[in-house]
Design a binder for this molecule. Structure first.
Ligand code: HEM
Length: 428
């Protein structure tokens, strides 16, 4: 059987240096069967890529054939002891996954999330006040990522967790380094006083160890003053089979929540500024009809596809899209490719607010057990941000080029310098 190779090296972060490689992904979607990417760099095993919407949904919903637990959920392999050491719900299959998810899931239902709206709006206003002050200051420019896209999501998730405000900045810094750990410029192994073997740490990053240390200290503090109804309280009180979470389970859970609730939403808020520049007519229409805000927020999330991929591992010989798969094979679901699948989204490179709700994007996953726990929260954060931008009539110019995070895993933006838009003709 001849195997179709991916047209670019998807192992290489450089393939994503300017965002999603749309042409290569379109070619892969047109190829019958799945495409194969060899791993020349580390002489490791290559992987199959899923790029079509329909195939991605199939893989996402079948946790017994396509496991998150048997292998790593990123492309590179890690040793079994390292898998154990870092396991949180996102790297486990049911039934353990279900038990862990249940501890916190009630806080993320659409009804509960609605209750966070006012607090989210307050954080949005504070961030935009700061931006406007800086835009009107001597420099006249500001980094949108540091001023808006980073502080809002970390503020919101830290509030939900019960992390004190004064610690938010250092958690953003640690979370940034976790992503940097996937790129070609990792931290030195002993950064943050780390003594743990990097092999055992998520993203092989010393920042993961620092986040665990922070989590353990917070847990100790909170155990001495029990109570509260935040997520840390839920995690400390939870029992599985009559047992409390271990120190390591707590730290892994904490780290997942901070990272997942922060980096992804931040990316979509950074990409939002590119969309404001590129598709002003769409935003102008929504300014006149705010009922379109939820559809706009979802289009921003589809278009930015903050998580480029997650991986699964095949547990038994099977077939997908006509390609024979063997137990142990790696399957990489490129959300960033399926979100532009012509078969699921008409004219996918157009940015529109009239896409049918019956055909959702897969930026939050293709459904099933691991579907993003924070999807409603992320949507709400983006809706509130866009609504406030439109209320303020805030017009922005981008100075220079956006600097993308050097990663083939997240579609992040590291730096995005903005100035006030020049005049009325530039208004949204
Ligand atoms: C635009 C923002 C976001 C995007 C694009 C995003 C994307 C994703 C994706 C692709 C997955 C994996 C889905 C799968 O494997 O089927 C996921 C899982 C997850 N997300 Fe999000 N996410 C976002 C925001 C958030 C927020 C705000 C939180 C807040 C806590 C969050 C928490 C989680 C958690 C805990 C998981 C693991 C769920 C599980 O394994 O059951 N995410 N997310």
């Amino acid at each position: 059987m001849s195997v179709a190779l991916s047209p670019i090296d998807l192992n290489d972060p450089a393939a994503f240096a300017h965002g999603v490689p749309h042409e290569a992904f379109a070619q892969m979607r047109r190829t019958s069967g799945l495409t194969w990417t060899p791993d020349h760099a580390t002489a490791g095993r290559g992987f199959w890529s899923v790029t079509r919407h329909e195939d991605l949904v199939t893989v996402s919903r079948d946790t017994s054939t396509y496991s998150s637990e048997v292998g790593h959920i990123q492309i590179y392999d890690i040793d079994p002891d390292a898998l154990d050491a870092r396991a949180s719900m996102i790297d486990l299959d049911p039934p353990m996954h279900t038990r862990l998810r249940r501890i916190v899931s009630s806080a993320f239902t659409p009804r509960h999330v609605e209750g966070y709206r006012a607090a989210v709006r307050a954080r949005v206003r504070a961030a935009l006040d700061n931006v406007e002050r800086r835009l009107d200051g001597p420099d006249g420019t500001v980094d949108w990522v540091a001023t808006v896209a980073a502080p809002i999501p970390i503020g919101v998730i830290c509030d939900l967790m019960g992390v004190p405000e004064e610690d938010h900045g250092s958690l953003v810094e640690l979370s940034d380094h976790l992503v940097a750990g996937t790129s070609s410029a990792p931290l030195p192994p002993d950064a943050y006083g780390n003594t743990t073997d990097l092999r055992l740490l998520p993203f092989n990053s010393p920042a993961a160890s620092a986040m665990s240390t922070y989590a353990s200290a917070l847990a100790a503090r909170r155990r001495s003053e029990p109570g509260g109804d935040d997520l840390v309280a839920k995690l400390l009180e939870a029992e599985i089979d009559g047992e409390r979470l271990s120190e390591e389970e707590f730290a892994n859970f904490f780290r997942l929540m901070i990272f997942a609730g922060n980096e992804t939403t931040r990316s979509s808020m950074a990409h939002l500024v590119l969309h404001l520049r590129d598709f002003p007519d769409v935003f102008a229409a929504v300014r006149e009809d705010r009922t379109l805000l939820p559809a706009l927020a979802d289009e921003v999330i589809r278009y930015s596809s903050p998580i480029l991929y997650f991986r699964r591992t095949v547990t038994e010989d099977t077939e997908l899209a006509g390609t024979r798969l063997a137990a142990g094979d790696k399957i990489v679901m490129w959300y960033s490719a399926a979100n532009f699948d012509e078969a699921a989204h008409a004219a996918p490179l157009e940015f529109r607010v009239d896409r049918p709700a019956s055909q959702p994007h897969v930026a939050f996953g293709g459904g099933g057990a691991h579907f993003c726990l924070g999807a409603s929260l992320a949507r709400l954060e983006l809706v509130e941000l866009i609504d406030e931008i439109l209320d303020r009539d805030l017009t922005l110019d981008i100075e220079g080029d956006a600097v993308f995070v050097d990663s083939n895993f997240v579609n992040g933006i590291e730096l995005l310098t903005v100035a006030r838009g020049a005049g009325p003709e530039k208004k949204l």
